[in-house]
Design a protein around this ligand. Sequence first.
Ligand code: XIL
Length: 373
Amino acid sequence: MIRQLSIIQTVFSILLMALMLNIQTASAQNTTPSLKETFKDDFFIGTAINAQQIQEKDSVVDNIIKQQFNAVTPENCMKAEIIEPSWNNFNFDLTDKLVAFASNNNIKVNAHNLIWHSQLPAFMYHMQSADSVKQYFEHHITTVASRYDGKVYSWDVVNEALNEDGTLRNSIFLQKLGDNYIVDAFRLAQKASPHSKLYYNDYNIEQPAKRAGAIALIKKIQTAGVRIDGVGIQGHWRYDNVPMLDIEKSIKEFSALGIEVMFTELDLGVLKNPWDNNTADVSATSKADSTMNPYKNGLPDSVAQKQAKAYADLFALFLKYKNVVSRITFWGVNDGESWLNGWPIPGRTNYPLLFDRNFQPKPAFYSVIATKQ
Ligand code: XIL
C-alpha cells in the first residue's frame, strides 16, 4: 500500500513538473517579441520548413513558426527528387499540405525550386539524350508551376546555375540544353505561373566575380523580354566572416536592375569548414571528424555574443535598404534542426540560427529585434 502510494506520488510530481515546464514555455512564447511583427513594415521574415513541420507534428515549433514568420520555403519537399521521384510520377502530398498550412496561417510560400543540378531524381542521372532532358525540363516546370500558380507567392525558378568565376555551371541542363536554358526556364515558368513571382537563387553571388555572372544572367533574361522579379542571395555565411561590403554592393547592383533583392537561406554557422573558401555546394562534403566539433557540449557565451553582433550588423544593413530588400528567410527554425549539423561534415553540433535547441530565443534573436528599437 505504502509502495503504491509512493508510486502515485512520483507519477503525480512528474506530471506536475511537465505541466509547469509547458506553462513556462508557453508564457515565454507569449512574451517573446515576434520577428514578423517587428519587421512588418520592412520585409517578409521567412524560415525553411521541413516535412515534420509542414505536418504540424510538434506544437512547440508549430507555434514558433506561426508567431515569428510570415514566409516559408520548403527545405526539401519541392525539390525534383521528391516532387517527381520517377518520370511523370508526381508526389504533391506534402506540398499541398504546405500550401494549405500557409494559406490558413496567412504565410507566403516561396517555392524552392524548379531547376537545380542537385537532388535530381535518379532517372535524370542516367539520361543521355538531349531530347529526353528537354522533355523532362519542359514537362517538370510546366506541371509543377501550373499546379501552384498563384498558390505560391514565388518560385526559385533556377537555383545555383553559376560557378564561382561567374561562368555557367556545367550541369546536365547546360550540357544538354545549351546556354539559353535559364532564359527558357523563366519563360516556361512565366507561362505556367503568371500569378507568382519568379526569382533566381544562388550562394556566393555577393562575391564580385559570381555577382557579375549573376548580373549578366539577369540582364540576359530581361533582354529576352522574359519576366524575372527578383534575386535571392542564399546567405550561408560564418558568424566571424560575413562579407558586409560585398553584400551592400550586391544590394545596390542587383536592385539597380529593377528587381527585388532577398536573403533566402540565411544562417551564420559557428564551425570551421575543412576548406578555406566559403561554399554552400551540397556535394562538397567531408568525413566525420570529432576534432572539427568544438562546441558539442554547448555554445560559449563569447561566441553567442559575437554571433549576435554579426546578425545585428546584417539586419541594420537590410533595414538601410528595406525599399529594395523584400524578404529575409532563415534556413531553419532552430539550431538543432539546421542542415549545418550534417553538412559539410556529418554529426557536428552547430548553432547558426536565432533559436536554440530548446526553441528558446538566443542573444542573436534579441540583437536582431533590437535593430528596430
Ligand atoms: C539543403 C537542405 O537543408 C538539406 O536538408 C538537404 O539534405 C540538402 O539541401 N542551398 C540550397 C538548399 O539551395 O536547397 C540546400 O538545402 C542548402 C544549400
